[in-house]
Ligand binder design. Structure first.
Ligand code: NFS
Length: 684
């Protein structure tokens, strides 16, 4: 891996190697250049970001502007200061991110209701244990009740969370006691998902809330409605309907596309569609239909978070992360790209027109001009999924020249918090005790959650993998979700043995003992709530303080681009986590010449740390993110009274001991090896 260049140089086209560290992506970018086709990478080179908007100095909330606040102390026409403008923009972004995740959660809750009533074709309640577990948290009666009855009550409760006007969202009961008390005291406990989003839009309308601190307080409340509300509901219901993930073997990168099969790529976020596509693609009738068209069968793969949903439940391969959506089409081997909601580039349609690929939109909420629309509805889910696949098969004959990069990596995803709990303690004593103990002893120095998007202004996958690689060497256990997890998968960090030679001695011992890869793939972006659950369980297990902010843990989104990432960052900070984001800083512009102004960038840093124990920073340099991660983890260890991190204490047990013995014994016979291992030569 080369070691430099993380942000887009201006007015210059990057080479494929400068644009991405992924050889499959590089091959497709070279092809795009040869064919004279644009991608997000080349458009990012050609289109410099607006220097005013990029640092949050533009207000376009009313028609007196847009106002540029480029002068020291300057205001908008209404008198809004730069702090107010930045805070308003920030709140609006968080509201959009929270709305996107939560609307996904709402749809899942409605699907649960439909399944409970037998109105959703092809779906079933797959994880009854999780259903009972979740329902019991809210006092829904479970003993003696059929799964459908429990699901009906849980669905009703979850549906009300969106329109609830007063009180507290019910999933908030799952937060640590001290944290809930803090949120109540600060008045940021979310009341209802829709209420917080609507209020965010109201308060940021022209002439409303004009105090940056007060505005940012509502950013927190709106984000908490996502993390401890909409997203948590989405994760719960997905597990109940499609199964709680457990380790499974999968593959990632464009090399998963098949030259002799009908390739269907699902792209977007909601598992309702993609799970049904998995079922339909395995239907003998559809396979026969594909064979009749001259193909060997149907090869289903995914892009973005919908890829993660089916990867970690069924091991369906991931063709790539966000920036690979166009690159998949460039292979010429994709018969259909089937999209639902979020992170779908409009450019797909124009690019697909240069090939035979059909872009098929399926959500009633999302249409793209020029795409084929086949609307998905859960009442006829399986029938519609089969129709979509038949459309793809019919397109196979139109395929021309193909070029599929020969790069893919194996991985083992599927580390739900339930599975982590189980793997650490077994069925009868499932517990986070071993994880806490490993941190307390210093075998594991701390935990980092590396999450979020890829962004064409940042060298594709570079920050994700650079930070992951170094933190593993430093004995930091890494958990990942979203496009970050796919980046690590492509680097083979998500496969036990393949990654362990790049891991520090203490962490390696833990991975070998428990039998886990050094990077745990925990799912899609809504599944960042699994990380909140893990952190809460670590608090409840004891020994690492009485709230999330005491744990030696850090969150990173080193190549972020979407508003959803801002919402995630904000709810993590409000939950007590130190979060660093790479690249674009939406509150960078200066407001320090305005009398009595509060710098928003200071507010989200020192201000939020004082209030919530977590802080939010935007940084360009991955090395600096690594330095700050380790410094934070070490400071939290010291505050807990734990021993200072010392890697020399570990690494002499487990496989490392065997490896050392192997080296020493060289040509030894089998009996000599047995003698060294067991102290005597067996008699037989
Ligand atoms: Ni997350 Fe998923 Fe990827 Fe970013 Fe988009 S796919 S919800 S937003 S780009 S990680």
């Amino acid at each position: 891996m080369a070691e430099e260049a993380t942000t887009t140089p201006r007015n210059k086209r990057r080479t494929p190697e400068e644009a991405s560290i992924d050889p499959a992506a590089q091959e497709m970018l070279t092809l795009a250049d040869l064919m004279g086709l644009g991608t997000a990478f080349s458009r990012a080179d050609d289109l410099a970001p607006c220097t005013i908007g990029a640092v949050g100095m533009c207000c376009s909330l009313c028609a007196m502007g847009p106002c540029r606040l480029t002068k020291d102390g300057g205001t908008g026409i209404c008198g809004a200061t730069i702090d107010t403008v930045q805070a308003r923009n920030f709140v609006r972004s968080v509201a959009a991110g929270s709305a996107a995740h939560s609307d996904h959660g709402r749809d899942m809750a409605f699907t649960l209701k439909a399944v409970a009533n037998g109105e959703a074709q092809g779906y079933a309640i797959r994880d009854i244990a999780k259903l009972r577990n979740v329902a019991a948290k809210y006092g829904i009666p479970i003993e003696g009740h059929a799964p459908e009855e429990i699901a009906n009550e849980l669905a009703d409760l979850y549906i009300t969370q969106f329109g609830q006007q007063r009180g507290s969202l019910v999933p908030v009961v799952r937060a640590p006691e001290r944290r809930k008390k803090l949120w109540d005291e600060l008045g940021v406990t979310p009341r209802g998902v829709d209420r917080e989003v609507v209020e965010a839009l109201h308060r940021t309308h022209m002439g409303d809330d004009q105090d940056a601190s007060h505005l940012m307080q509502h950013a927190v409340r709106t984000a908490l409605a996502d993390g401890w509300g909409g997203s948590m509901i989405a994760t719960d219901v997905s597990d109940i309907l499609f199964g709680t993930p457990a380790p499974v073997l999968g593959e990632a990168n464009l090399g998963v596309l098949k030259a002799d099969m009908v390739n269907v790529v699902v792209h977007g976020h909601e598992p309702t569609l993609s799970q049904m596509m998995v079922a339909a693609s395995q239907d003998p009738e559809i396979i026969a239909y594909a064979k009749a068209a001259g193909a060997e069968g149907i090869a289903l793969s995914g892009i973005c978070c919908t890829a993660n949903e089916i990867l970690m439940r069924q091991g369906i391969p991931a063709a790539g992360n966000f920036l690979q959506q166009e690159l998949a089409i460039l292979t010429g081997a994709v018969e259909a790209m089937v999209v639902d909601v979020q992170c779908i580039m409009q450019a797909l349609v124009a690019l697909a027109e240069r090939f035979h690929t059909k872009i098929i939109t399926t959500s009633p909420k999302v249409r793209i001009k020029g795409a084929t629309h086949i609307e998905f509805d859960e009442a006829h889910a399986l029938t519609i999924a089969k129709d979509v696949l038949k459309t793809a098969v019919d397109n196979y004959q139109n395929r021309a020249k193909i070029q599929i990069p020969d790069f893919k990596s194996s991985l083992i995803p599927g580390f739900s918090h339930e599975y982590i709990n189980y793997m650490l303690g077994g069925s009868y004593r499932a517990s986070f005790r071993p994880l806490n103990d490993a941190i307390i002893s210093g075998r594991i120095r701390g935990v980092a959650a590396i999450v979020g998007c890829t962004n064409p202004r940042i060298r594709h996958d570079f920050n994700h993998t650079t930070i992951t690689e170094e933190l593993l060497k430093q004995d930091v256990l890494v958990v990942e979700t979203g496009c970050s997890a796919i980046a690590s998968a492509k680097m083979s960090f998500l496969l036990g043995e393949a990654g362990l030679d790049r891991v520090g001695p203490g962490l390696r011992e833990v991975c070998e003992t428990v039998g886990i890869p050094p990077v745990l793939h925990m799912g899609s972006c809504v599944d960042n709530t699994r990380i909140l659950t893990v952190l809460t369980q670590m608090v409840e297990e004891g020994g690492l303080g009485d709230d999330i902010d005491a744990i030696p843990a850090v969150g990173l989104a080193p190549e972020w681009m979407s508003e959803k990432a801002l919402s995630i960052a904000t709810y993590c900070v409000a939950s007590g986590v130190y979060v660093m984001m790479g690249g674009y800083n939406p509150v960078e512009g200066r407001g320090d010449k305005v009398p009595d102004s509060v710098l928003v960038s200071e507010l989200i840093g020192d201000g939020w740390e004082e209030t919530y124990g977590g802080r939010l920073e935007f940084l360009d340099d991955p090395q600096e993110m690594i330095r700050r991660t380790l410094a934070h983890i070490d400071a939290k260890r010291a505050a807990l009274g734990l021993s200072a991190y010392d890697p020399t204490q570990f690494g002499r047990s487990g496989d490392a001991r065997l490896d050392a013995m192997e080296e020493e014994m060289g040509e030894a016979t089998l009996d000599e090896r047995r003698a060294a291992l067991y102290g005597q030569v067996p008699t037989s």
